[in-house]
Write a protein that binds this ligand. Structure first.
Ligand code: HGY
Ligand code: MN
Ligand code: MN
Length: 411
């Protein structure tokens, strides 16, 4: 006898998706790879079992549809991403696909048709792990996909456009994924919080108020490679030392301002030999804040400081913008509906911003958006230690089902 109405099956499905990885050693499932296809086809099978029709769209998303009581009914869209970061946890994104799937399966079991249709999307490339640029799947649906993105290349030099073709998709058809304005009544995303706030407040679920806007920049510092044993310390043009100074400055500049965060997640010292002074340093900067002005002011200071460090050390520097998203508020009436759905589960809740980016923010130009956060253990995410409490999964899915069943379009 299952312990829960939803969570037992859901946790099995999340475990199954957690085993679909490019590496036997850790979870990594990136854009336009065989593992992308396997995960999407697995979810498509579950969608069909739940009574949905399924489409794999030209952008690489998997889209399930549960018709409403009448044709032409407005559409409530929900979902999240099925791709992951490297060495990922198995709930970031996937929870937001498996929970609505459980909701639709329950509606289908009960023979319930709602005044609105439900579209459940497993988005592609929310993380941007392979090409740096993120949100390709949700941008395609929102109608904001930029074809210039197709020129972005992965570490092997493969462009996104070529990867689409190798995957069997025609990038020229991505524009056709765009939903017409007004065709989607709202988008609701359930996601783990990926931070400690809910847990610190002893709460299982929260209502998201706004989603931070992020910028990702690639920085390449060039000096002069040299012999580690012969070049005196005062005569070096060491690119890695300049990069190290930069990382410390980023931490100082981003500390002390509410919602502002700065991260250097990737760093390469080239040519990468122990007895060679690094002639090049290539690294990523991820900078975010609750409002774009705070974020952009911080980046302006960081860029100025990098240029000063390089000038002092007789180095050159090049910046490449990889990704940019804007800080996005959630819809007030949908936040109220989400709060009502949570309290209907017999628990209290709170409202909180999201420091993480989400497909929901990308869909904001298309329709009103809302998010429900679910507690994750110690707030850990983007890490295989990511963990959830089955009772929370049950509560979150009950709240999501309440939101879905009671949804009414907002203006
Ligand atoms: O980076 C993010 O905020 C999200 O995990 N893509
Ligand atoms: Mn993530
Ligand atoms: Mn995510």
């Amino acid at each position: 006898m299952p312990a829960f109405r939803f969570a037992d099956r859901m946790l099995e499905q999340l475990d199954a998706l957690g085993r679909i990885s490019e590496s036997p050693d850790f979870l990594c499932r990136t854009f336009l790879t065989p593992e992308h296809r396997t995960a999407h086809e697995t979810v498509a099978g579950w969608m069909r079992e739940a009574g949905m029709t399924v489409e794999h769209d030209a952008a690489g998303n998997v889209v399930g549809r549960y018709a409403g009581a009448s044709s032409g009914a407005p559409v409530l869209m929900t979902g999240s991403h099925l791709d992951t970061v490297r060495n990922a946890g198995k709930y970031d994104g996937m929870l937001g696909v498996i929970a609505p799937l459980a909701c639709v399966a329950d509606l289908n079991r009960r023979g319930v048709r709602l005044p609105h249709a439900i579209e459940l999307v497993g988005f592609a490339n929310e993380e941007g792990t392979r090409f740096g640029d993120a949100m390709a799947g949700s941008r395609a649906i929102a109608g904001t996909f930029d074809a210039a993105t197709l020129a972005k290349t992965d570490r092997q030099g493969v462009s996104m456009g070529d990867a689409y073709k190798a995957f069997g998709l025609d990038p020229a058809k991505i524009g056709g994924c765009a939903r017409k304005p007004g065709s989607i009544a709202a988008f609701m995303e359930l996601h783990i919080e990926q931070g400690p706030v809910l847990e610190n407040n002893g709460l299982a679920l929260g209502v998201v108020t706004a989603i931070s806007g992020a910028r990702r920049i690639r920085v390449e510092i060039t000096g002069l490679a040299g012999h580690a044993g012969t070049v005196p310390m005062g005569q070096r043009q060491d690119a890695l030392v300049a990069a190290a100074e930069t990382v410390s400055f980023i931490e100082r500049r981003c500390t002390g301002t509410e919602t502002l965060v700065g991260t250097v997640g990737m760093m390469e010292a080239l040519p990468g030999a122990m007895n060679v002074i690094p002639g090049r340093a290539v690294f990523s900067v991820d900078i975010r804040a609750g409002d774009d002005a705070t974020r952009d002011a911080a980046w302006a200071d960081i860029e100025t400081e990098i240029r000063a460090i390089c000038s002092r050390r007789r180095l050159t520097v090049a910046f490449t913008d990889l990704y940019r998203s804007t800080a996005t508020p959630c819809h007030p009436a949908l936040m109220d509906a989400a709060e009502a759905a949570i309290t209907a589960q017999g628990v209290t809740t709170m409202r909180l911003p999201s420091g993480a980016g989400h497909d929901a923010a990308t869909l904001a130009p298309l329709c009103p958006i809302a998010m429900i956060f679910m507690r994750c253990t110690r707030g850990i995410s983007h890490n295989p230690l990511e963990a959830v409490i089955p009772e929370d999964v049950e509560l979150a899915t009950g709240a999501l089902l309440h939101f879905i069943e009671n949804f009414r379009p907002v203006n």
